[in-house]
Design a protein around this ligand. Structure first.
Ligand code: ATP
Ligand code: MG
Length: 577
């Protein structure tokens, strides 16, 4: 299989895929840097040559395309090396998390085509983590601090100035053990105390300056209910969860590089199994935002219809828009794994989608901006059944019949009363072919009182239908059509980019990313489609010939089909080999 690489993207990919870059041509794909590490570990027999990865989302929102990259990477590596991949919910923030998100995450991972080997929750390990904290206390490596989080922050110092040691830093092991137990027992109010690691207030790595391990939070957790009123911080939970699950390669995004010394410090001090943390650059795509917090704002402020609004970069939004798992997997593969941050052009994503839909989507004829066309020499009561190809890319998709009558709808832009230079479609006196049917000639334009075009009158040449003597006669353009009497009226939702700027974060002072929202990101139009669309089900994907790829939206009813435009037929990429 040849995967075409959009030119602009080539440099990034050469950076991402190490060594010689024949990678994209399929066969001679060189290893990315993570695969290199893994293969070296396997060859050395490290971890008994096991490969065990995990995907560790926090259930505080819906997954987005950045997560899709991480999912494909983690599950993909496990698959490639005959290993395992866990799904682990990093649920240590009870106030922001919810089962709704847990369910959506599972649905999205499955839909992307992956099955996890184990389903785990950081909250399953709360007791173990508590024991780990006690162990650090017992080693004199952790202490209960009575300062507020603000005071702790203020005393942390700066990169150039060491922090100030907490006055509680030298509490005895006995006192710390007792206080921490009482923290757990609910004897203190939120924020009254925290547990901190005792590391180094002068470390050049700010995260090593006695980081907080536990905070008091009297909040109900979506899984553990009110069992706990102390919750571990991300840094204290994450690596230990990896260790408990005996993850071999803990793959995360670059912002965790500075956390790695702390990750390793915990593992070392706790004397537990040591996974290896490896960082790669997070995926950024232009014209969108990719943080759950920001996406949540769009949802809460009703700037989109929900997490699955087809304009959202969420996996459920992309799914509703008509994306396929294969398109997203291919995208993840093509962009590779980078060590440096970069921004991927959204048209590369769309390119991957078209490649897949072109093979899969059945063709239908539908008109989005209709104008009436009358064949004045065609009998009024006649209907012919034209043979149409379901998918020229896939002979197995077969053929269908499309009814043809005297009155048709065609696209407004396929007609010009006064043709522009090099315009070969319909204009008075000109001939075009109606796809799967006859050559017609435009004879006359009928207008209403306001001067708007009401009907285009044409004549047809009966000898030009397939199988007839002049069927091979050439004209310069072929246009699509729908029989007016048979047309199914549907709703077309035409989507455009959600943001006007490539980088939505680029804003004037006092504004935020929402000021860059594209006011025309959704246009709703009636459209007319051939009758075969009545058989489509929600989620089905089709190509409106010459118009674009569409899918049937979940809002469709018995009486009205709603089509989402997934992507147009042409993008800005010029595929290069
Ligand atoms: P966000 O900032 O969007 O809220 P997050 O990193 O907080 O994302 P998590 O639920 O913690 O979201 O992420 C789960 C996994 O997905 C992590 O391993 C994280 O590194 C990875 N991930 C998140 N965003 C991206 C991205 N844009 N590109 C690649 N991986 C990502
Ligand atoms: Mg996070």
């Amino acid at each position: 299989m040849i995967i075409f690489v959009p030119l602009k993207q080539k440099q990034i990919m050469e950076d991402n895929n190490s060594a010689k870059n024949e990678s994209i041509s399929g066969e001679a794909k060189s290893l990315n840097f993570i695969e290199q590490i893994i293969e070296e570990d396997i060859s050395k027999g490290k971890n008994e040559s096991r490969v065990h990865t995990r995907f560790p989302p926090e259930p505080n929102g819906y997954l987005h395309i950045g997560h899709a990259k991480s999912i494909c990477l983690n599950f993909g590596l496990a698959k490639k090396y005959g290993g395992k991949c866990n799904l682990r919910f990093d649920d240590t923030n009870p106030t922001k998390e919810d089962v709704e998100y847990v369910d959506s995450i599972k649905e999205d991972v499955k839909w992307l085509g992956f099955n996890w080997d184990g389903e785990y929750y950081a909250s399953d390990y709360f007791e173990t983590l508590y024991g780990y904290a006690m162990k650090l206390i017992a080693k004199g490596k952790a202490y209960v601090c009575d300062m507020t989080q603000e005071e702790i922050g203020a005393n942390r110092g700066t990169i150039t100035k060491p922090g100030v040691e907490s006055p509680f830093r030298n509490r005895s092991i006995e006192e710390n053990t007792g206080l921490f137990r009482r923290m757990r027992n609910g004897e203190f109010a939120d924020g009254a105390k925290v547990l901190r690691a005792k590391i180094d207030m002068a470390s050049t790595n700010m995260l090593m300056r006695d980081p907080i391990l536990y905070r008091i939070l009297h909040a109900e957790h979506h899984r553990t209910g009110n069992d706990w009123c102390i919750y571990p911080m991300y840094d204290f939970a994450h690596g230990q969860c990896d260790s408990i699950e005996r993850i071999t390669h803990s793959i995360c995004t670059l912002e965790f590089e500075v956390h790695r010394p702390l990750y390793e410090w915990f593992i070392r001090e706790l004397e537990i199994y040591a996974p290896q943390q490896i960082e790669f650059a997070r995926l950024n795509v232009n014209y969108t935002v990719m943080s759950k917090r920001k996406l949540l704002q769009l949802v809460q402020e009703k700037l989109v219809s929900g997490w699955d609004d087809p304009r959202m970069p969420t996996i459920c939004g992309l799914r509703r828009r008509g994306y396929t798992p294969e398109a997203l997997q291919n995208f993840a593969e093509v962009i590779g794994v980078a060590k440096r941050d970069n921004v991927i052009d959204v048209s590369l994503l769309e390119y991957c989608l078209r490649e897949d839909l072109n093979k899969k989507a059945r063709r239908v004829m539908a008109v989005v901006n209709p104008v009436k066309l009358v064949l004045t020499n065609y009998p009024e009561d006649k209907t012919e059944e034209m043979d149409a190809v379901n998918n020229p890319e896939n002979p197995e998709a077969g053929m269908r019949k499309v009814p043809f009558t005297r009155e048709l709808f065609i696209e407004q832009e396929d007609f010009m009363e006064v043709p522009a230079h090099k315009y070969f479609r319909l204009y008075p006196g000109n001939e075009v072919r109606l796809k799967y049917a006859y050559i017609i000639r435009c004879e006359k334009v009928i207008k209403d009182e306001a001067g708007r075009i009401k009907e285009i009158h044409c004549t047809y040449d009966a000898n030009t239908r397939s199988g007839m003597p002049d069927s091979n006669r050439k004209v310069k353009a072929t246009i699509h059509w729908v029989s007016a009497a048979h047309a199914v009226e549907a709703e077309a939702r035409l989507y455009d980019k959600l943001f006007l700027k490539e980088n939505p974060e680029e804003v004037a002072e006092g504004e935020d990313f929402k000021s860059n929202l594209n006011p025309d990101s959704l246009r709703v139009k009636p459209c007319f489609a051939e009758p075969s669309v009545k058989n489509l089900k929600k989620g089905d994907k089709v190509q409106f010939e010459r118009v674009g790829y569409f899918c049937v939206d979940a809002d469709s009813t018995e009486n009205r089909i709603i089509f989402n435009r997934t992507v147009g037929l042409k993008g800005s990429w010029q595929p290069a080999k």
